[in-house]
Design a protein around this ligand. Structure first.
Ligand code: AKB
Length: 316
């Protein structure tokens, strides 16, 4: 029987991974924590939940002991665009939060899932079909914290035998909990604007290619990598996973298949554009496919159809 703890369970990624885990392992076996408790009440009230700061090691240890936790999903993080506004705070939350989970995992012998990101790459990384093992010199504080996080997780595995695993997430697109403060957030906002106003003003240039993934595939990856046979894992903490790569103009064209009068304009945010320009256009994900069977279900067309239909149905 698995007993899982999700740290940062009410964010965009956390809320849907928490739902996926509760469905799979049962609500009582998936304990949630977050810095707030005033959103996603179904999650807060649907099983064990603790309001706490991800950097509070004492409280985390208490919860882990009480619920006999064996696996921690550490999902609390400040995303790229927000991080650039206050780099010191982003470093504090991203790094001190992570090491708090790793320390508790070391003491209580838990496995740990930590998400890295396409943000762990920088302008000197090969841009096309970015290899699994390559140059990583990111220029954003978010990217710096992600590379440091990948290395820290490797360190805890080699030094303390903590079963640390993770993937490098592309921009995650979803329709339940809105993303907050990411460079890839435009690719979510565009669907809401398309349904509500038939127009979207995009903060990235029309030809900015980035890797993206639809939430059901992101949840699948996070659960699958933790269930993978450890004997088959040559990599551990930062598997490239690819699903789709597109630019705003292409995404708009797919939206027009369903909302023919949809228009897109561009009002570039220089900070977000600089971050996006420093990231790869598309990743190569051979290691994830071979080592634990990664395969996405969605492409741009099927995701667009699902996003638009879901948002339209909610709006009545
Ligand atoms: C962001 O844009 O900061 C995130 C990411 C790609 O890690 N969505």
């Amino acid at each position: 029987m698995k007993n899982i703890l999700v740290v940062g369970s009410l964010g965009q990624l956390g809320s849907e991974i928490a739902i996926g885990l509760r469905r799979k392992y049962g609500s009582d076996n998936v304990v949630l924590t977050d810095i707030r408790d005033d959103v996603n009440l179904d999650l807060v009230q649907g099983g064990p939940f603790y309001k706490m700061d991800s950097r509070d090691g004492e409280k985390l240890l208490e919860v882990v002991k009480k619920h006999k936790i064996d696996t921690i999903y550490h999902l609390a993080a400040i995303l790229s665009a927000t991080a650039e506004r206050n780099p010191q705070r982003a470093w504090d939350i991203n790094m001190n939060g992570l090491i708090t989970s790793l320390e508790v995992a070391r003491q209580e012998k838990c496995a740990v899932f930590t998400p890295s990101s396409i943000g762990a790459f920088g302008p000197s990384t090969p841009k096309q079909y970015t290899p699994q093992d390559t140059i990583q010199r990111p220029t954003s504080i978010y990217g710096v914290s992600k590379v440091a996080g990948e290395l820290l997780c490797d360190y805890y595995y080699h030094k303390y035998d903590v079963d640390t695993r993770g993937v490098r997430f592309p921009g995650v697109i979803s329709n339940m909990t809105p993303p907050g403060g990411g460079t890839t957030d435009y690719a979510v906002d565009i669907y809401y604007a398309a349904v509500e106003k038939h127009h979207y003003e995009c903060f990235l240039r029309s030809d900015t290619y980035l890797d993206m993934i639809y939430m059901p595939d992101a949840v699948k990856a996070a659960i699958q990598v933790m269930e993978a046979n450890p004997d088959k894992l040559r990599h551990r903490n930062a598997f490239n996973i690819a699903s789709m790569s597109f630019c705003p103009e292409e995404q708009a064209a797919y939206i027009r298949n369903l909302i023919p009068d949809f228009t897109i304009g561009y009002d570039i945010d220089p900070v977000k554009q600089a971050i996006a320009d420093s990231w790869p256009d598309c990743l190569e994900d051979y290691a994830a496919r071979v080592e634990w069977g990664w395969e996405p279900d969605y492409d741009l067309e099927s995701m667009t159809e699902d996003m638009i239909r879901t948002i339209q149905a909610r709006r009545g």
